[in-house]
Design a protein around this ligand. Structure first.
Ligand SMILES: *Cc1c(COP(=O)(O)O)cnc(C)c1O
Length: 472
């Protein structure tokens, strides 16, 4: 985050030559090429090593990010969840810690970084895994005791590693997040840490280091669409992205700005459809109810990364953006100019899916294509269909799949079979028996793993907990 408020963005987008993409084949190669365009001050062989370590056998698929074509459907699915924690966040969080360590060593300004994460979902586990056993870095993930799924919690509290901790915080996600955010602003604690050669950092999605690695899979998807005969070089593609914090789809927009031939970005929301309304009306309006849905990673009203996009469509006019976000704070809403609205609509299409549509989409896709969608990807699938129907645009479509179905097994099982089974561990086995689709490697036997992190604290104890960590 920029000290005066606001977020860091690149000064300009490096332009790519499609011929170069055409000459690259594997995911790591494409990642190396694109990261090299941004990280120009990184030593070349170090970047080679970082990419190699980030995207290899830690992923459960040799393709790293497989592009799956379905029978009886012309929507192509980009599976982003083959990483070590079965989260799409792995794509950024396997790479970012290594980039951070390199920067620390190159600048020699800090001895130790303490990563503090407040999470309600997959970020916590993906961050624990990404930072696990990295030199000079420790990580503490605070999760709301009442606000993560049984499977997500089990993943975190069983995570081993000499520098990782997962701590439950009594209460809901907001309490947990607010208390962790206060640490970053606590001058006394920040100073104390500094005196001991330690700085705090976060791993949240507003971190620039998480966005760059995400640009890679859009280029990779394009390459794979051509390899599978679905596209010719130079032809346009559409991406449909189930959105929460606007990070994933912002990376798609950046890919487009770098010269990837993308025609339209389809922004898919669940019933928390603030972005659908924004794209269609130009008004971002927080004054609305918050819905708890079956796609919890998209239950977000303040999409932090949207600010970066608006900055770009306002031709990088920082003062105007600061004004809009002040208005948002004061009046719970802001509106963009008509010219900007028109520009946004030429780039994006926004729509949303209701809970009924999500469950019907999972069932229909399983019955007709034999493919199991998770609840988040189902939001995208439903919206991709609406886009096609409403616009008649038949540009080849790639849908980014953000979660493996076994991450949300109870809802997926209910959608497919009509039966409710509330024990999350039990339902994983039921779903596997019913569909014959194997459980993701990262989630196998998860109920039998040894619990290593037992701390559960009050929100007002977070301060002293961290102070103790720093003082040790
Ligand atoms: C994080 C997450 C999202 C939202 O991604 P953004 O980058 O915040 O838009 C969507 N689906 C799943 C499963 C996620 O974990």
């Amino acid at each position: 985050m920029v000290p005066s408020g606001g977020l860091f963005v690149p000064e300009s987008f490096p332009q790519v030559d499609l011929k170069q993409l055409q000459s690259l084949t594997g995911y790591p190669e494409i990642a190396r090429w694109l990261l090299g365009l941004y990280l120009t001050d990184f030593d070349s062989s170090s970047l080679d090593r970082i990419i190699k370590e980030s995207y290899s056998s830690n992923f459960a698929s040799a393709d790293i990010v497989p592009l799956v074509t379905l029978r009886n459907s012309d929507i192509n699915i980009l599976e982003l969840w083959h990483g070590p924690t079965a989260a799409f966040k792995d794509l950024a969080l396997q790479c970012m810690p290594r980039l951070l360590l390199y920067s620390m060593e190159a600048t020699e300004k800090v001895d130790r970084v303490l990563i503090l994460v407040a999470t309600s979902g997959d970020t916590g586990m993906a961050a624990l895994d990404g930072f696990c056993n990295q030199d000079k870095i420790d990580i503490i993930v605070f999760y709301p005791d009442e606000g993560v799924s049984v499977i997500q919690k089990q993943q975190m509290i069983t995570k081993s590693g000499r520098n990782v901790k997962a701590v439950g915080v009594k209460g809901n996600f907001d309490t947990c997040q607010t208390s962790v955010k206060q640490i970053f602003q606590d001058e006394g604690l920040v100073r104390l840490a500094r005196e001991r050669g330690c700085v705090f950092s976060s791993a949240n999605s507003i971190n620039w280091g998480r966005l760059v690695p995400q640009i890679v899979y859009y280029f990779w998807a394009y390459n794979q669409m051509v390899a599978k005969g679905k596209l010719c070089w130079g032809e346009h593609v559409n991406f449909c992205v189930p959105t929460g914090n606007f990070g994933n789809i912002l990376s798609a927009y950046y890919a487009m700005q770098m010269g990837l031939p993308v025609s339209r970005l389809i922004c898919a929301s669940n019933t928390n459809n603030i972005l659908t309304d924004f794209i269609n009306t130009g008004k971002y309006n927080l004054d609305r109810p918050f819905h708890v849905t079956s796609s919890p990673s998209m239950d977000i009203l303040i999409s932090s990364n949207l600010e970066r996009f608006i900055f770009d469509v306002y031709s990088k006019d920082g003062d105007t953006i600061a004004g809009l976000y002040r208005t948002l704070q004061q009046k719970q809403a802001f509106s963009v100019s008509d010219a900007v609205k028109t520009k946004i609509q030429s780039l994006f299409y926004g729509s949303c899916a209701s809970e009924e549509e999500v469950f019907a989409t999972i069932k229909h896709t399983y019955d007709t294509c034999g493919y199991l969608l998770d609840t988040h990807t189902a939001v995208g699938y439903a919206v991709a269909g609406k886009y096609r129907q409403q616009t008649g645009d038949n540009t080849p479509m790639v849908l980014t799949s953000t979660a493996n179905p076994y991450k949300f097994p109870a809802d997926v099982y209910r959608a497919v079979t009509g039966f409710q089974e509330d024990n999350d561990f039990q339902v994983v086995h039921r779903l596997e028996q019913h569909t014959g689709i194997s459980v993701h490697k990262a989630l196998q036997d998860i109920e039998n793993r040894k619990v290593l992190h037992v701390d559960v604290i009050e929100a007002n104890e977070i301060y002293s907990y961290i102070k103790r960590e720093v003082s040790e």
